[in-house]
Design a protein around this ligand. Structure first.
Ligand code: SAH
Ligand code: SF4
Ligand code: F3S
Length: 460
């Protein structure tokens, strides 16, 4: 049967465009890997593709609009090449799939966030024009056991993909049960489920044996790993810290990272890992969302700023070199001038190395979209601009602290007259000159210049 499929689909090219977070990036790889079993190869150009997959994000209205306008544009492409297939995956597909299919007959398949592993099978099934929407979610869903096949070559012409050979994502959990009032993720990704520890360890081991040096463990709230279902039959108290320690000891793994975390579930046990797990990178993305306790309460975040500051203090005590970053929502419904000032104050207290900040955006199905105390758009824009300009200054100050320091960077790209790499703290470093090195190699450098978004260095 599979052989028939393969003959049928021989030599076809697919092109995936990924929007959104790292979890979506990993899902795109999984789809690519699944499709390779059906004779599809990944192409570099949308123009040559027999199959276009949009892996979509709906975290803010703008993210969703981008997808919709690209889908509108693809209508004309499909008119010119009716044999080409269009598939919509990811969070917009999960939430809006049925209405997309109704409005856009040029879309061939909608595939939900829990169904991506079988994309090849569903694509074939959709050929007769039936079953074009596959978005069922299961209450007792389990993440399939899935070992990656390392499809990228170090010699790849695509610099980003060549670097990917050495740095890879591994999904450890799906979904989210937290229901922060603004957030669409529990609806698009379903109930929280953790993957079996053994499957994760096997996957990382295989990757490292194939030459991968850096692993990032992925989930919407990795701190609660193992809380909703059994992940290790031999140890009922197995949790994220234990997983981190077990993965860190896999021989050959040089750098370990994870994302993303909700402060409400951050434990002392996890903070301690930053002190004594050698290959755990001194970098932590800890989204706070607001500096005001009132706003945090309305967001259903379940921690206070005092608790957050204690965590920051402890992290820095255990790991003085740690680089902290955060996410901030500006203009959440009911955010007053005082609430916003509290957010600005938090910036001064923590001095994050970096932050991602966004204007609050109403999302369908969320509780806050029903709140009636929305903040005016202009006020949101003014507050966001003020926040971002202060954060930029702080990021520069933080980067300047690196000047004169020796760092190890992992090479991500090699150009004619320079090399780009990354520090363990996740900062981008440019080294000028012709350097005889390889993507994935570790170089010792001395930082000699700090910009807002990157550093410059010389070889030691
Ligand atoms: N799981 C992570 C967040 C993942 S979503 C956590 O709990 O912190 C990524 C970021 O998008 C969030 O941290 C938040 O800052 C932002 N975001 C989510 N919903 C949003 C909305 N409705 N409007 C604006 N920003 C939003
Ligand atoms: Fe969204 Fe909150 Fe879950 Fe993060 S923890 S994904 S913000 S609901
Ligand atoms: Fe976006 Fe879905 Fe990730 S909404 S941020 S792609 S989980």
């Amino acid at each position: 049967m599979i052989y028939e499929y393969m003959k049928h689909m021989e030599n076809k090219q697919f092109f995936i465009k990924t929007f959104g977070c790292q979890m979506n990036q990993r899902d795109s790889e999984i789809m690519a890997q699944s499709l390779s079993r059906f004779g599809y190869v990944e192409g570099m150009d949308i123009k040559d593709a027999d199959l276009i997959i949009l892996n979509t994000c709906s975290i803010r209205a703008k993210a969703e609009q981008k997808v919709m306008s690209l889908l509108g544009y693809l209508r004309k492409t499909k008119e010119k090449r009716p044999d080409m297939k269009i598939c919509v995956a990811g969070c917009v597909a999960q939430q809006e799939g049925k209405s997309i299919i109704d409005r856009m007959p040029h879309v061939d398949l909608i595939i939900g966030t829990q169904n991506i592993y079988q994309i090849g099978e569903y694509l074939l099934a959709a050929e007769d024009g039936k079953h074009r929407v596959v978005t069922q979610m299961e209450d007792n869903y389990q993440i399939p056991r899935f070992l990656p096949n390392i499809p990228f070559s170090a010699d790849s012409a695509d610099a980003e993909k060549a670097a990917f050979q050495f740095s890879r994502f591994v999904t450890i959990m799906q979904g989210c049960n937290n229901y922060c009032t603004y957030c669409v993720v529990p609806y698009t990704r379903g109930r929280e489920v953790s993957r079996m520890a053994k499957d994760i360890v096997d996957e990382v081991t295989l990757l490292v044996q194939s030459g991968v040096k850096e692993i990032t463990l992925l989930g919407q709230n990795v701190n609660s790993y193992g809380r909703t279902n059994e992940v290790c039959p031999d140890n009922s108290s197995y949790n994220f810290s234990k997983l981190l320690r077990q993965v860190s000891s896999i021989e050959g793994l040089e750098r370990l990272r994870f994302t993303t975390s909700n402060p409400k579930d951050l434990t002392d046990e996890l903070i301690a890992c930053f002190k004594d797990v050698d290959n755990l990178c001194p970098q932590f993305h800890l989204p706070v969302q607001s500096g005001s306790d009132n706003v945090l309460k309305a967001m259903n975040r379940k921690y206070s700023i005092a608790q957050y500051l204690q965590q920051v203090e402890k992290l820095r005590e255990y790991c003085p070199t740690i680089a902290l970053s955060t996410d901030m929502i500006i203009g959440f419904p009911g955010e007053t001038d005082e609430d916003f000032e509290a957010t600005m104050e938090l910036l001064e207290k923590v001095k994050f190395h970096g932050s991602f900040s966004f204007k609050y955006s109403d999302r369908p199905g969320t509780r806050s979209s029903e709140f009636d105390n929305k903040v005016d758009e202009t006020i949101k824009s003014e507050r966001l601009a003020r926040f971002q300009s202060r954060q930029d200054e702080i990021s520069l100050e933080r980067n300047e602290e690196f000047v004169g320091q020796e760092k190890q960077i992992m090479v991500e790209a090699i150009y004619e007259d320079s090399v780009k790499g990354r520090t363990a703290t996740h900062h981008i470093v440019h080294v000028k000159g012709q350097v005889n090195t390889k993507v994935g190699a570790m170089l010792k450098v001395k930082i000699n210049f700090a910009g807002q978004h990157s550093l410059k260095a010389e070889l030691i």
